[in-house]
Design a binder for this molecule. Structure first.
Ligand code: 5AD
Ligand code: SF4
Length: 445
């Protein structure tokens, strides 16, 4: 391990896709500095843990990961803690884990090279600023990506202040990146071989900017412009807030060919009093109305969501209402979590916190229903012919795994095909989590 002159690095990202994007950009920046990414199993001189603070379990994971980085000789590589835990805990991290050399927040990671210089000379380096000059202005241009499905952060931060959530504190206020920067970054990704771009933001559908002709555009306008980029095959976006789901964006799902039929739209709870206590500022009815309108223009759309069970004060009746909304919404896929009190958020000090046994039982019931819906959604694909984008190798010889437009994983045996190919397949069988298919034709061939 070479701490004085690090050559090999590893970036490990946890949590949301925005962290994956930040991890990609840190990788590009360190590569630009002449370092190389360590292969699997290879020792790294610098490890960046790009952390998540959304739930307690995710945040605690950092400290066990730091402990595990110590080698047999008791020495650690240079360790940088980045991401939302870095932002939330700052100096406290090096106090609790003295082997940490660098602490860098999500809005300051473009300064990683300077922080690294300081750490190399044995000093602790900390930067959790939220500078006025955006990191996006100084990061190197995008390179060829390891995956054919690239991420592109278009919007960051959140002004919604849901009472359970740390994001407004760790990621800061909502900002939208400028139109031309995004078009340029998308084109650079496509030139590097990316076939699919997922537009990212904590509130991606709140994105807004003037275009190159000075007209105000919303996310639908950006999607329509990207639809015209040659070589780009698929467009996705996540995560959306119900209140920013404009009719224009809904309509885009009906008539933009490259926009995939998938919408991740968290509702969190099916009970209006709980939504109010969460400060969600939408109701179950306004949420279900969006789903009805989007299904009008795109009947096959896959709907996905996020749920929190056991928010303070949640009664059995409130929880039953969540199950009722799930039944009505009919999800293709969803994420559900037990409420986790986060320090500094209003809900953490609310009365009537829910007992862990009750949360466990509710989570099990909710997940059973969501899993059944997901399995049923997958079963409906059997016999259908569709196109998948090959994203990774499977476990078997000659097996590849790709994604349908509805974001289902499909395993196929297709010797001779490569990651990044678009392939027409017939779906043969469906499990709860993935599909099996048979290749009909490769568009790339
Ligand atoms: N406890 C449990 N789940 C949470 N989420 C956000 N904050 C919390 C919390 N304190 C969930 C929400 C959000 C997703 C990213 O994580 O469902 O949509
Ligand atoms: Fe957190 Fe709510 Fe903002 Fe989503 S909308 S990031 S849940 S505060």
């Amino acid at each position: 391990m070479n701490r004085e002159n690090p050559k090999k690095f590893r970036v490990k990202s946890f949590g949301c896709q925005m962290n994956v994007y930040d991890g990609d950009r840190m990788t590009e920046m360190l590569t630009d500095q002449g370092m190389t990414s360590a292969d699997d199993g290879e020792e790294a001189d610098l490890v960046v843990l790009n952390t998540c603070h959304i739930r307690e379990k995710a945040a605690e994971k950092v400290y066990s990961d730091i402990g595990r980085l110590r080698g047999k000789d008791g020495k650690s590589p240079l360790i940088a803690v980045a991401g939302c835990v870095a932002q939330a805990e700052g100096k406290e991290i090096s106090r609790r884990a003295p082997s940490v050399d660098i602490v860098v927040g999500p809005q300051a990671y473009h300064r990683l090279p300077e922080l690294l210089e300081k750490a190399k000379s044995g000093k602790k380096a900390l930067d959790t600023d939220m500078p006025i000059q955006s990191k996006f202005d100084v990061l190197p241009t995008r390179k060829k990506q390891a995956r054919p499905n690239a991420f592109l952060t278009v919007q960051e931060g959140c002004d919604k202040f849901c009472t359970y959530c740390v994001v407004p504190y760790t990621r800061g206020a909502e900002i939208s990146r400028p139109w031309s920067d995004l078009i340029d970054e998308a084109k650079a990704l496509v030139d590097g071989g990316s076939k699919e771009i997922t537009l990212l933001g904590q509130n991606v559908n709140a994105w807004s900017s003037e275009d190159d002709k000075g007209r105000r555009q919303g996310l639908d306008g950006l999607i329509r412009a990207l639809d015209k980029v040659d070589g780009l095959g698929r467009i996705r976006y996540t995560t959306s807030h119900p209140n920013d789901m404009t009719q224009e964006l809904i309509d885009a799902h009906g008539d933009v060919p490259k926009l995939m039929p998938y919408l991740h739209l968290p509702v969190q709870s099916g009970s209006d009093p709980i939504l109010k206590a969460m400060n969600r500022s939408h109701t179950t009815e306004s949420y279900l109305d969006i789903l009805r309108r989007i299904r009008e223009v795109r009947p096959d759309i896959a709907i996905s969501g996020d749920f929190i069970v056991g928010f303070p004060g949640e009664t059995d009746e409130d929880f039953e209402k969540t199950l009722a909304v799930v039944s009505e919404a009919n999800y293709a896929q969803a994420y559900s979590f037990k409420y986790s009190p986060r320090p500094g958020t209003p809900a953490a000090t609310m009365e009537s916190q829910i007992a862990p046994e009750i949360m466990n039982e509710r989570l099990q019931r909710l997940q059973a229903l969501l899993n059944e819906q997901q399995h049923e959604f997958n079963r409906q694909a059997v016999g259908r012919t569709t196109t998948i984008l090959l994203e990774r190798n499977g476990k078997l010889d000659g097996q590849l795994v790709g994604k349908t437009p509805w974001l289902q994983s499909v395993h196929i045996i297709a010797p001779g095909l490569a990651i990044g190919d678009l392939v027409e397949v017939e779906i043969e069988t469906a499990g709860p989590n993935s599909l099996q298919g048979r290749m009909i034709r490769s568009e790339a061939a």
